[in-house]
Design a protein around this ligand. Structure first.
Ligand SMILES: NC(=O)c1ccc[n+]([C@@H]2O[C@H](COP(=O)([O-])OP(=O)(O)OC[C@H]3O[C@@H](n4cnc5c(N)ncnc54)[C@H](OP(=O)(O)O)[C@@H]3O)[C@@H](O)[C@H]2O)c1
Length: 131
């Protein structure tokens, strides 16, 4: 981003990065916040990986009578991220939209923030080859 911003005439509006409760990218988020760049989460459900089964998420899902996916997606929305989960199943697409009639408390948001483990499932931009 530093390299890009050195020469770019337009600051990017959005930066899409892998982001889910087990990879929270706080440094990149702060960098983008300072420059008014909105974050879009990719693989927001960790591609249905271990975040969905994490005990913190399971507890919150039980408490709010929601699915683990809805709790994670609500965390993205309340954090201010653009979030577009992928599903081929109509019932899951509906489930993944039904996020706007419940709210996570500050303590609950903090509990999810505490799950950060730097667990990346996609390519690491520091080492990936873009050829
Ligand atoms: N910029 C990039 O380099 C990059 C990289 C990766 C992804 N992305 C973008 O990020 C978006 C989504 O990422 P993604 O597809 O990698 O991962 P994701 O949205 O985190 O996870 C998709 C997986 O979760 C399952 N799923 C969806 N809703 C669910 C639910 N309610 N309960 C349980 N499982 C559920 C899906 O299965 P079913 O389909 O069987 O429901 C699929 O296996 C896409 O728009 C993609 O293009 C961008």
């Amino acid at each position: 981003m530093d390299e890009l911003l050195k020469d770019a005439e337009t600051v990017p509006a959005v930066n899409q990065i892998e982001l889910h409760p087990l990879l929270q990218q706080k440094e990149t988020r702060a960098y983008c916040d300072e420059r008014g760049i909105v974050i879009e989460s990719y693989s927001p459900l960790m591609q249905a990986g271990e975040a969905l089964e994490h005990p913190v998420i399971a507890d919150l899902a039980r408490k709010h009578d929601r699915t683990p996916a809805q709790v994670i997606l609500r965390w993205h929305v309340q954090s201010g991220f653009i979030v577009i989960p992928k599903s081929v199943k109509p019932e899951r697409i509906r489930e993944n939209f039904a996020l706007f009639d419940f709210e996570l408390s500050e303590d609950e948001m903090r509990a999810i923030e505490g799950m950060d483990a730097g667990r990346r499932i996609g390519a690491d931009p520091d080492t990936a080859s873009f050829k």
